[in-house]
Every structure is written in structure tokens, then in C-alpha cells.
Design a protein around this ligand. Sequence first.
Ligand code: ARG
Length: 479
Amino acid sequence: MKYMWEGRFKDEILNEVIEFTKSIDIDKKLAFYDIKGSIAHTKMLAKVGLLTKEEEKEIIDGLKIIENEIKKNIFEIKKTDEDIHTAIERRLIEIKGDVGEKLHTARSRNDQIALDERLYLRDAIISIIKGIINVQKALLEKSEQYIDKLIPAYTHLKQSQVVLISHYLLSYIEKLERDKERFFSTYERVNILPLGVGACSGTTLNIDRKYVAELLNFPKITRNSLDTVSDRDFLLETLFNCVLTLIHLSSFSEDLIIWNMDEIEFINLPDNLCTGSSLMPHKKNPDILELIRGKTGISIGNLTGILCTLKSLPFSYNRDLQEDKKPLFETIEILISSLNILSKVIKNIKFNTEKIKNSISSFTLATDIAEYLVKKKIPFRKAHKIVGEIVNYCIKNKKDLFSLSLKEFKKFSKEFEEDIFNLLNFEKSANLKTSFGGTSIENVKKEIERWRENLKNFSIPILVLKRKSSMLKKLKAKK
Ligand code: ARG
């Protein structure tokens, strides 16, 4: 037998057809998940009497031999192996003979691939969540190190107001927390058993899907055969979550790249996390950060690719779906490797706090001055205008806000008093932002404490296992 579906064909299939349609080079990554799924399927077939105990034993033994061959890298892929499912089944029949031909009973590659992908994604999501937590922990450590140090906040890449470096770093912990939540939520929709719906309509055989779900630790089972083989929404949302997380990493990288510019030098990166130029001897480049930015672009392309593939699929399974794996695997690898390397970068960044402080413009205090006038009962719009005029006066006369006398302030509003000079201080400016969510050290300290608790108590396997077992109990109770 050359092809598992050859019975219907009279003529020899062109080599080009096989070359064009096969996916083994990519989906071989799913081999262990495919075997895991096949073992559970075999056990179920035996439980319902579609296999004898002896046949069950033989098939599982064969699958384990194949698993070993793959582990040892001696599993041979043949020219006629279309995909990983075909390759494993072909080898099983080679090893065990006729009994191997019973494995595919009540199963199609359409539900099989959906199962393999879901099994793969469960592990991938857990690795991603671990990676996110590592980056969050690195950010937290850095924010404790620079807890009271200042940095100008930018809007439109122009200095806006003074904030604490720690507040900036905590902002990325927040973004990553939402990313993590999205992955947890997606996990629920990934964690549903698709196997047992056949090619698209179910089976006339008396199978037991609940048993397979139990064996593979799925708390839920898909409820509609057509939906099960035709959709990849669980995969698409994982991909979107990856892209969004990468967008966060990319924009953080962009900040660091700018702060690493020779003219700016707000930060220094250690030698062992940079690379050089083949031509210019003096160069030390932040290539890791640039590659996070670059790979994020590729991931956005991958997401867009799958969106386009799905948008015009007609009724049920179509072979287009085979194309989902390359962008999926690539994006997940990009995200996991970016998270790993970025956590190392973060741990090793040095902020040049003096240089940063010296670069802060006095105009970052302008809004505080307007609020000073608001406290003196001047309507905000008027106060805004007054301070705008003061800034304009400073620019014209080559002054900054620190060099103005009370007399000069009073020219713009008689409400200015001696106490205005108490305000003209960057530390104060940051630390007076005590409104909830503001940058004051008082707020930041509380937030650091909160994150320390939150990240310390977080243990993924326990969380996922707990969730799984409570859902399994519910499932059993319903039976
Ligand atoms: N390799 C396919 C995929 O990744 C599964 C095979 C389905 N083939 C078929 N002729 N229905 O989606």
C-alpha cells in the first residue's frame, strides 16, 4: 500500500501532487502528540469492544516503538508519507502487520489533526505563561532597584511629565498581566476534545468520547462534528494573543533602543547581550531588541495569513487548514524565545540615572503649575493659557522655569506666591501624583508589594491541574 486512500484511484498519482500536498516536514513536530492521541484512541476502541485486549496491547506497543524511534532520531520518513498521521500509521502497519490497520477505526485525519493541535497548544500556552511571568519578575526586580529614580515620560516622543523609572517598568507588568489573562482564557477553549467526530459527521460505531477526554485530561468535548473539523478559532486566538504580547515586547524594545542611542544613553546594555559590526570596529549594537521588533512584524504577518485562510472556507474541513501549522509554530517559537531573551536583557539593563535626570526639561513641570493655579481657584482652561504664556516667555528669553523670579511669575497671574518655588522640583512633581494609578513613590511602593505577592504565589501547573480536575469531576457527575 502506497497511500492510505489509494483504493479509489485507478491511475498512479503524480509525484508533483504528493510533493505539493504533503505537510510532513512541518507537522512532524506534532509526532509525540499524535502518538499520545492514538494511544488514548486505541484504549477507547478496546473499551467499547472494537479491539480485543490483545489487539489493544499490540497497537500500543507498536506506537511506543515508534515513539522511541522518533526520540532516537531513527524514524524514517518515506516519500509517500503525506503527513505525520500517515507516517505513524504506515510504520505501525510495518511493525505490527494487520492489527495496525485497525487503529484508524472511527477516526479521520480531520479530527486527528485538530486533536494534535490542541494537545500541542496546551503545552505551548503553559510555556508562554511561564515566559511571561519570568519577564514580569525581571521587570519587578528592576523597578525595585530604581524605585525612586526619575525619567521623563514622553508623549509623541516629546517630554511630557516626570515619572519614576519604577512606574514605567510596572506599566509593562500590567500589559503582560493582561496578556497572561488572555492566554488563560484561550486555554479554556483550546482544552476541548475534538477527537471522535470523524471526517465531518460523526460515526456509526459505538465510540466513547468521554473516555478519551478523561484519558487525555480534557474537561470538555466538542458538541458538533461539522464545527469541530472546520474551525481553527482556538488556534487563531492563541496566535492573536502571541502577537499582542509581542507587540508589547516590541514597543518596550523600541524604548530601549532609543534610550541606548549614543546621543541619549539613558541605558547601558552589557557586552554579552549585544553584537558587533563586521566592518566598524567600534560598534556595540542592541540587535536582540531590534530582532524582537522585526520578528513581531513577521508574527503579525502570520496572524494575518491565517485570518485570510479562514475567511472564505466553505462547509466543513478543507485542505487549506493544513497551512495553519507553519505560521502557528513560527509565531509560538518567536514569542517564547523573545520572552526568554528579553528577561535576560531586563535583568542586565543599567539606567544612567544622573544623565536621565539632567536631561529632564523644566517644562515637564508646566502642568503642575497649571494645577497650582487651579488650587487658587483659576479655571483650568485659563490656567493652561497662563502657563503656556510663561513657557513661551521662557523660550523667547532663553530661560527655564527654575530661573524665573516671583515678579516674573506675577506678570502672568497675581495668584502666584512664594510657595510656587516649592513646586519647582522634579522629585516632588513625581511624588505629588498620588491619585490612584499615579506615579508617586507612595503608589509605586504599594504596587511593587502587590506584584511581589501576586508573582510569588503564582504556580501554573497547580492552577491548571486544579481547574482540570474540578471540571473533570463535573463531567463525571453529568454522566
Ligand atoms: N494534514 C492535514 C491537516 O493538517 C490533515 C489531513 C486531512 N486530509 C484530508 N484529505 N482530509 O489539516
